[in-house]
Design a protein around this ligand. Structure first.
Ligand code: PGA
Length: 252
């Protein structure tokens, strides 16, 4: 899976133009699930543009209540009419908007309850990385996000080291592969071996067309969550194409 997180970029008009440019580039590429996550205000317009296409749609955030007096928030059933996926627990939400582990957990539960597929983001900060606490932090986030979740059907996990997001300083393929393997091991403990094997775990953080292959060749890495490079149709389609070629060779 390659998912594009557009973050707070593109007006509705720009979003429509971007996805219109992407469709002919992405449509023919097989064996990779392609997802775009534009801002909330563009979801409806983009859903229209994507009708009949193989590109899936996701949102970047969701609130955990179903409805009510929560000015400015967007609920799971509102999104479920428009899209299939929702990013939950992105580090920018955790750090700029004070989303705690408990909030992330409630969001994961709410998304699943309304058949939205959460793309759950976990990852350590630079000071935690430097202190050698990566494993403890990442697994702690994983377990708290999934606390009380009995059947996470449709779940996708994205390992995104915070120090690699938007910095141009990506992790190495080996580093990401090792942590993703550890995540999978913990998912197997929480659920079943079969669920863990089939779970898609993505790497995210400064993925570009130039370093995609390094990540996709790793056995534990099932795709990428792409920020900056998902805002350019040619870059994004190159990432998807390379992933498809590698997936084809790995499965052959
Ligand atoms: P980036 O963002 O690719 O711009 O580093 C990744 C993300 O935040 O998901």
């Amino acid at each position: 899976m390659i998912a594009g997180n557009w973050k707070m970029n593109t007006t509705v008009k720009e979003a429509r133009a971007l996805v219109t440019d992407m469709i002919p580039l992405l449509e023919q590429i097989e064996n990779v699930e392609k997802v775009v996550c534009p801002p909330f205000v563009s979801l409806s317009a983009i859903a229209e543009v994507l009708r009949g296409s193989s590109i899936r749609l996701g949102a970047q955030n969701v609130y955990f209540e179903e409805r009510g007096a929560y000015t400015g928030e967007i609920s799971p059933p509102m999104l479920a009419e428009l899209c299939e996926y929702v990013i939950v627990g992105h580090s920018e939400r955790r750090h700029y908007f004070n989303e705690t582990g408990e909030i992330v957990n409630r969001k994961v539960q709410a998304a699943l309850r309304f058949n939205l597929k959460p793309i759950l983001c976990i990852g350590e900060r630079l000071e935690e990385y430097d202190a050698g606490r990566t494993e403890e932090v990442v697994i702690g986030q994983l377990r708290s996000s999934l606390s009380g979740v009995e059947s996470p059907r449709g779940l996708v996990v994205a390992y995104e080291p915070v120090w690699a997001i938007g910095t141009g300083r990506a992790a190495t393929g080996e580093q990401a592969n090792r942590i993703i393997g550890l995540i999978r091991h913990n998912v197997a403990e929480l659920y079943t071996e079969g669920f863990a094997r089939d779970l898609r775990i993505l790497y995210g953080g400064s993925v570009t067309a130039d370093n995609t292959a390094e990540f996709m060749q790793q056995p534990e890495i099932d795709g990428a969550l792409v920020g900056g490079a998902s805002l350019k149709a040619d870059q994004f389609s190159s990432i998807v194409k390379q992933t498809s070629d590698i997936a084809y060779h790995l499965s052959a």
